[in-house]
Design a protein around this ligand. Structure first.
Ligand code: PHE
Ligand code: 6NA
Ligand code: ZN
Ligand code: ZN
Length: 473
């Protein structure tokens, strides 16, 4: 029989073995880094003569970035109109980023400014002033989100099945936080950029950016700043969008549609509801706008102008024939058309002289940004997409079906690109301004890694010549 001591020592050995194994496991877990595919295709892109910093984040860094996003989602930075925004939540967001990104706010070559109280402009001074600066753009405000229909409350920031749920997780707090997070991680690794760049976070994009992006664009113009390119939301990795095309493809929006909010109005004589006329203002207007809706099915948003009837107001009392009816339609104008042309089409489709038109606001489609082989911003995105998303086989230029803050910067840049490095499918597209907006933790980490790589890639002086071309010399 084994000595009692022996038994004890065996037990101790066993315990040590178990403990050792557990410790080893814990050590692996703690030190385990999320290793994104080391992009071997980065030849030629990135800082000259400096070693590349790999996008490898520790377990602790990954936990911290996830929690920082969740906290940001919990702040209801809702914008209802240019004058009606949640200033408390916006101020809270400003405190939050100062707390979670200490390096960003304490680095000598980074300048932070608050614009119009709630927007943020970071100027990151690169070491090579010859390189033309660029801008990374995002917005921190979100559209309203009533609780009804959500699996979890829209401002809970709850984590469920590997996803973070909440309004703003893809539109567009994910980008605002990922840009700052990527820069914070680079600074922790003693990164010093060669190419200067700006980070611009608008606080009123969803109500057209008048006090955020528009003011920042004017401020930079007053300083004589010109940008090589801008990267904003509005293009994605498209999954399952084209029947029969299994592979995901990247859609970089090199333009965005024009927009028009058009109010149609019909006036008619009020009267007693007990002696109703053949048609009331409501009936006339309803028939008019339904003719418009039949003409432009929303399914082809990417290839045509779209019309959405979003507001209909009429009636003053249940027993009074309504004196007026008003319908507001929201049009997104394809670059093949102009505001006047579309207005003329609406008039011809409605074809009813009793309808009057009020253009509430309108702007033409944006010009196409350069996307040829020499277009630095476009090629930078394309290269970084290929290296971080090896499963993406095609990168295509397209038109953003919605509108973004990027349109405010045509005064200081010709290269407006709209692309967020997240994969969306038709279901997730429906959650834009809709229900159960969410982002997977993996997708958010990859978005941070993408920006971590892109910022380093941008340190390249010009688009590297293709490898094969070098052999032709
Ligand atoms: N981006 C939002 C809000 C917006 C509307 C119009 C102009 C600019 C922004 C949208 O496309 O609906
Ligand atoms: C659809 C992509 C761009 C939408 C811009 C927005 O709603 O904030
Ligand atoms: Zn939006
Ligand atoms: Zn948005």
């Amino acid at each position: 029989m084994a000595e009692p001591g022996a038994a004890a020592s065996a037990g101790r050995l066993l315990a040590m073995g178990v403990t050792g194994t557990v410790l080893a496991l814990v050590a692996v877990l703690l030190l385990r880094t999320a290793t994104f595919p080391e992009p071997d295709e980065l030849r030629g892109w990135g800082r000259t003569g400096a070693s590349r910093i790999p996008a490898q984040f520790s377990e602790a860094e990954r936990t911290a970035m996830k929690e920082a996003l969740k906290e940001a989602i919990q702040m209801p930075t809702v914008s209802f109109s240019s004058e009606n925004i949640n200033t408390t939540a916006l101020a809270e967001f400003g405190e939050h980023i100062r707390k979670v990104f200490p390096f960003l706010f304490s680095t000598s070559f980074i300048q932070h400014e608050v614009v119009e109280q709630y927007s943020h402009l970071f100027t990151i001074h690169g070491s090579d002033p010859k390189l033309e600066p660029y801008m990374l753009l995002a917005h921190i405000d979100v559209v309203p989100a009533p609780n009804d229909g959500w699996e979890v409350p829209p401002f809970s920031g709850l984590e469920r099945d590997g996803f973070i749920y909440g309004r703003g997780t893809i539109d567009n707090k994910n980008s605002a936080m990922a840009i700052l997070q990527a820069m914070e991680l680079l600074l922790r690794r003693n990164y010093v950029p060669q190419r200067s760049f700006y980070i611009s976070l608008g606080h009123d994009e969803e109500v057209s950016g008048t006090y955020g992006a528009q003011k920042i664009a004017a401020l930079l113009e007053s300083r004589g700043i010109e940008l090589s390119f801008i990267i904003d939301e509005g293009g994605y990795i498209m999954d399952d969008f084209i029947p029969g095309f299994e592979k995901p493809f990247a859609w970089i929006s090199v333009s965005e549609k024009g927009g028009m909010n058009l109010m149609l109005q019909v006036d008619s004589d009020p009267g007693h509801s007990s002696m109703p006329p053949k048609e009331t203002s409501i009936g006339i207007l309803a028939a008019a706008v339904s003719r418009i809706l039949e003409k432009s099915p929303a399914t082809n948003a990417m290839v045509r102008t779209t019309v959405a009837l979003t507001m209909f107001n009429s009636g003053i009392k249940v027993n009074v024939i309504p004196p007026t009816a008003q319908a507001t339609i929201n049009l997104r104008i394809h670059p093949a058309q102009t505001v006047p042309e579309v207005l003329e089409i609406v008039r011809n489709v409605v074809a009813d002289d009793r309808v009057r038109y009020h253009v509430l606001n309108a702007f033409d489609p944006l010009p196409l940004s350069p996307h040829d082989n020499e277009a630095f911003g476009y090629q930078l995105l394309k290269r970084t997409i290929r290296d971080v998303f090896p499963e993406v086989t095609a990168v295509v230029p397209g038109i953003c079906v919605g509108n973004t803050d990027a349109r405010h910067y045509t005064n200081i840049s010709k290269g407006l690109y709209r692309f967020n490095p997240i994969a969306l499918n038709p279901q997730s597209f429906k959650s834009f301004h809709g229900l159960n907006e969410k982002i997977s933790i993996q997708a958010y980490e990859t978005q941070v890694a993408f920006l971590f790589e892109l910022i380093q890639n941008a340190d390249t002086e010009k688009v590297p010549r293709p490898h094969s071309a070098e052999h032709e010399l």
